[in-house]
Design a protein. Structure first.
Length: 268
């Protein structure tokens, strides 16, 4: 079912995206993957991998939306709920180099080498397609609380595995450094929010005290203290916003966009 929906999306591209745009993207894709020739035995698979890349790894200029996410937005009012749901699931794909850990009759357990995470994938033909310790390029999609393959793979010979692991490790360590940076910023943000909340509560307390006093020297001191607290509060708010912006930038610009680009580039 998932593969059928993906093929329908390929047909949608052919019908609704200008051919010049597709050819331009294909030329960009082939810079890293090599030419795709029609008499190549693997032509259909390579074209499918290109179309997956076009849908899921390309971003609409000036946005953070992939081509597929943009297509989904543009067809919210015309597509059925089921079609929109499965397309959204496809847009949440994970592309990786996977190592086969266990093969069962109707499923396969794989290790995402980029994240060191295991997934159990529903696959009726698992015994025919996979062997333990295989390393292959593929995409998995979450649908109805299960993981599924898109159905297009690229298996790598055993003699290349050592090289692949070395290259993957570089990206793994880079992504881990991003996650550590993110954890540090989120911890910093949490502290600032707690201090800001404490400051706000103290401001309210001072305001209450001022409201209960007559015009005297102590009231004047309280007013000065209030002004100082409010100034500190504004500075805290600006600092908190900046930290939040750093987190958003790291999550979107670096971890999501740059991370996916580097993975796609290495895989291709």
């Amino acid at each position: 079912m998932l593969k059928e929906n993906l093929e329908q999306l390929f047909e949608f591209i052919a019908q609704h995206i200008p051919s010049e745009q597709i050819m331009e993207a294909k030329g960009e894709y082939q810079k890293t993957t090599g030419e795709i020739y029609e008499d190549d035995k693997s032509y259909d698979t390579r074209m499918a991998l290109f179309l997956e890349w076009y849908l899921l790894d390309n971003y609409v200029s000036g946005t953070h939306n992939t081509i597929l996410e943009n297509i989904i937005e543009e067809n919210q009012s015309t597509w059925t709920h089921d079609r929109l749901e499965i397309c959204k699931d496809i847009s949440n794909d994970v592309q990786a180099l996977f190592e086969v850990k266990k093969v069962r009759d109707n499923s396969v357990t794989v290790l995402d080498l980029f994240k060191d995470e295991k997934h159990i994938i529903d696959e009726e033909d698992s015994q025919l397609v996979f062997r333990k310790n295989d390393i292959f390029q593929g995409r998995i999609v979450p649908h109805h609380d299960k993981w599924h393959f898109t159905g297009y793979f690229c298996f790598h010979p055993t003699k290349t595995h050592r090289y692949i692991r070395g290259e993957v490790k570089k990206l793994f360590l880079l992504q881990r450094s991003w996650q550590k940076e993110l954890a540090g910023l989120e911890k910093e943000l949490s502290k600032k929010q707690k201090v800001s909340l404490k400051n706000s509560k103290y401001i309210e307390k001072i305001k209450s005290k001022i409201g209960r006093r007559d015009f005297d020297a102590k009231r004047e001191r309280l007013i000065k203290e209030l002004l100082s607290l409010e100034e500190n509060g504004k500075e805290m708010e600006i600092s908190t916003q900046k930290t939040g912006q750093k987190i958003d930038q790291l999550k979107i610009e670096t971890i999501k966009l740059e991370g996916r680009r580097l993975i796609s580039e290495l895989i291709n």
